[in-house]
Design a protein around this ligand. Sequence first.
Ligand code: CAO
Length: 300
Amino acid sequence: MRIAVVGAGGVGGGFGAALAKAGADVTFIARGAHLAAMKSQGLKIQGGRGETHIVPTEATDNPAEVGAVDIVPLGRVQRISGARLHASWVNLPHVTQFDEADVTELEQLRKALKATADTAGIKLTTLAFIVRACVKALQQFPLFNTSLDASGENLVYKKYIHIGFAADTPNGLLVPVIRDADRKDIYEIARALGELSGKARSGKLTGAEMQGGSFTISSLGGIGGTAFTPIINAPEVAILGVSRASMKPVYRDDAFVPRMILPLSLSYDHRVIDGANGARFTSCLAKIIADPHTLTEAVP
Ligand code: CAO
């Protein structure tokens, strides 16, 4: 049996080298210094320089030989976003912090304000409140609104807050950006969400409307699920995943009470943000969300 090891450095490389020295047939998919290190140890190298894909080592990699298949080319958006997602996944050390926010009062408030918003042509969704809450949390934790510069040695603190949000469209995943979200009240945010997601779905979003984000939210709350691990929209350093809120029994004052609970999944770049700050950020966000009246105040 042939064994493939991706990258010839680190734990995988060490493990692969030990197997190779014990006589196993190991394929190293290596690059740069790792490749040279393997060669210097006299190990047989297969696989190309710069490859980062795991290659199947058994002959089951052609499904057309197994049974009938359809081959469908990836769409343009999938090809572009796929390359970006892959680069982020491979290059950024991701950690995902899970948390929960009590949205019982937020949902009551939203329902109370919804009719008035509707008459103004604004769809006041849960996501609008979450965007506003993220702005407030980012103002308290500016580290989450940074990026690493090209040298990788300096942090760029952005004085603007441009919030991107993932939109599911017939053409694939798009991320429109609400510019200057910190200068918008809840209604302006809701209006921007509606306009930008409408444009995204009808294919009318411009390139400029997808650029310059400093923090991203991916909400699957309208669809379902309890948690997920979103991929950071590099060069940003954090992304908030939001799943579907549901009624849960919460133990309070010696009794279980029904509360609407919203699951939060924050992925962050561990080169920039450590675990303690990740947990502090989601705790802060959950507190802000649980006290929604501050979210509907006018923006100074
Ligand atoms: N829990 C419970 N209900 C939620 C919710 C949540 N977390 N989030 C939204 N809802 C509700 C909304 O409030 C709305 O309720 P009403 O009809 O009573 O007002 C309903 O679900 C539908 O909301 P929506 O999806 O139309 O609007 P939205 O503002 O919540 O989301 C958008 C807009 C563009 C983010 C969403 O339509 C979308 O595309 N989501 C998919 C994002 C995605 O694909 N992420 C994955 C990226 S990685 O592959």
